[in-house]
Design a protein around this ligand. Structure first.
Ligand code: SF4
Ligand code: SF4
Length: 201
């Protein structure tokens, strides 16, 4: 049994570039999340930009399939434009899945087991590193991160739906994603092919 309970310290570290590794911070967004944040940015007159993140070439239609974008952190503060120094995240109600689940993320390792990752850069994690090491089993993590774990599951299920949609489109021969491609071919496709977003509910 554990009495350690995650509480965000509102430090904002997760909403900014990692100073030691410029360009390494990745805040991924699904296309529908981008739409919502673009609307808010317009309402608030905030500069909000994204770039493509996870993409695949579709050789049947000669299109780049866009799965996710990521927030461009190219402003003066090198941070998410929705972060406010006094109040923290200002889009809490509609923040992306990745932010809702943070500092957790889930991936499947086999048919029966999920693996959980806890971002070591989160300040709560840094502050409680030793205690977390002692409680590294899945059940303890679910209790410590009792609000974030269900969101990490939601994020995982969303990724799963996208994978299934892609597999179905491939099985129906509506798209074809090569399992091997040279860097030159990939760069050429990125430069010349149209984009198509993969969206799911
Ligand atoms: S959406 Fe909110 S939580 Fe996510 S990076 Fe931006 S400010 Fe941080
Ligand atoms: S780094 Fe961790 S503690 Fe700091 S704002 Fe992000 S989630 Fe909260």
């Amino acid at each position: 049994m554990t009495d350690l309970l995650y509480k965000c310290m509102q430090c904002g570290v997760c909403c900014f570039e990692i100073p030691e590794s410029p360009g390494a911070k990745r805040i991924p967004l699904y296309p529908e999340e981008v739409d919502r944040l673009v609307d808010v940015a317009k309402e608030r007159d905030i500069k909000f930009q994204v770039i493509e993140d996870l993409v695949f070439p579709d050789t049947i239609n000669k299109k780049i399939l866009v799965i996710t974008y990521k927030i461009l952190l190219n402003n003066e503060k090198k941070g998410c434009p929705f972060f406010d120094e006094n109040t923290g995240c200002t889009v809490h109600e509609i923040k992306p899945y990745a932010c809702q689940a943070y500092p957790l993320s889930l991936k499947r390792i086999d048919s029966f087991n999920l693996e959980i990752t806890i971002d070591p850069l989160c300040h709560f994690v840094i502050q409680h590193r030793e205690a977390l090491k002692k409680k590294a089993d899945m059940e303890s993590i679910k209790k410590i991160f009792k609000n974030e774990y269900p969101k990490a599951e939601k994020f995982f299920r969303k990724n799963k739906r996208i994978q299934l949609k892609i597999r179905k489109l491939e099985a129906e021969k509506k798209i074809s994603i090569p399992r091997e491609i040279t860097l030159e071919q990939f760069n050429d496709a990125l430069k010349n092919w149209e984009r198509e977003e993969i969206r799911t509910k």
